[in-house]
Design a binder for this molecule. Structure first.
Ligand code: CP
Length: 322
């Protein structure tokens, strides 16, 4: 694996999930694979889970890790080509990425969208330039449109908590209210991964959102899309709660309708569904505390599985370097 940017970078989904779960059972089977190899983690935005889980995964593979909080500690980056840098930007991404590639064997990058210009965000211009100029394998720590380490984690978590063989788990991604405009990266990515998992006979996938919150079609092909939360979650085995801002009216908030918040009464419509969220979550706005603190919540186990997703991906990349 030379890059981990989307589900398209994974040849066999089921195999990668199996490998992650094997690493969870035995974390140090490849403890020397990353010896004398350096992972650089570059953050243009905040992170708790991605930062710590990826560091832990790399350490368990024997790697050395360097973390760069580019937004706070680095030079202001210029990402556009052909501009005279006589403004606030100090270093061009061409040099910055190339230099980091000199110090690291694998690089990770987190870069959120600005949510102002849809075309610019969805072109993934910054991320693609970084991948091109650094000349080493790159792992996405969340880009403008996708969060593949989170989505792999989510698939691992669903596999781990589904024990029936007679039918597929019904997985519903449910839009939730929020007061801030959030990117579509997590829901795009979750949908992209679940649509692929559905095509490969692993899940049955539905998306529920209010009118005006349709995601880009490229991420949702094959999913059942509904505009009634109650109807969508009927009989659900897993409810994946997530807010996102509008893709159609780009970056805008149309609704903070509290009837879209999953609480205990909503869960009575489901098949004792397990409730997932990538975190961080705003309690009693996006998701009821009674659910987060109750037996249906899988959010902590899900966050724990971030380590195994990162370790499986890094292991694949290290094997490629041998
Ligand atoms: N879910 C997730 O990516 O968490 P962080 O933003 O804290 O890394």
């Amino acid at each position: 694996m030379k890059q981990f940017f989307s589900v398209a970078d994974v040849a066999n989904l089921s195999q990668l999930v199996d490998e992650a779960l094997q690493l969870k059972s035995n974390p140090f089977t490849a403890a020397n694979l990353g010896k004398r190899k350096t992972l650089g983690l570059v953050f243009l935005n905040p992170s708790l889970r991605t930062r710590l889980s990826t560091q832990k995964a790399a350490i368990q593979l024997g790697m050395d890790v360097m973390v760069m909080n580019m937004d706070k500690e680095g030079w202001a980056l210029e990402t556009k080509d052909g501009v005279t840098m006589d403004g606030n930007t100090v270093e061009h991404i061409r040099e910055a990425a190339a230099v980091m590639g000199q110090y690291c064997d694998i690089l990770g990058l987190r870069s959120f969208p600005k949510l102002q210009d849809r075309e610019e965000d969805y072109s993934e211009d910054l991320f693609r330039k970084f991948m091109s100029y650094c000349k080493v394998p790159v792992i996405s720590l969340e880009s403008a449109t996708r969060h593949p380490l989170q989505s792999l984690t989510d698939l691992i978590t669903i596999r781990e908590h589904w024990h029936e063989t007679a039918r597929l788990p019904k997985v519903v991604m449910a839009w939730a209210p929020h007061i801030k405009a959030l990117p579509q990266a997590v829901p795009n990515s979750f949908s992209e991964w679940m649509c692929r998992a559905q095509a490969e006979g692993m899940v049955d996938f539905t998306i529920a959102h209010p009118v005006g919150y349709a995601l880009a079609e490229e991420f949702t092909r094959g999913a059942t899309v509904m505009h009634s939360l109650d109807e969508a979650i009927e009989g659900a085995d897993f409810v994946y709660v997530k807010n996102w801002s509008s893709y159609e009216d780009y970056g805008k908030i149309h609704s903070v309708d509290e009837r879209w918040m999953i609480d205990s009464s909503k869960l009575t419509l489901t098949n004792e569904a397990k409730v997932m969220h990538c975190l961080p979550v705003r309690r009693d706005l996006e998701l009821a505390s009674e659910v987060l603190d109750g037996p249906h919540a899988l959010v902590i186990q899900e966050a724990g599985n971030r380590v195994w997703a990162a370790q499986a991906v890094l292991k694949r990349m290290l094997e490629q370097l041998l």
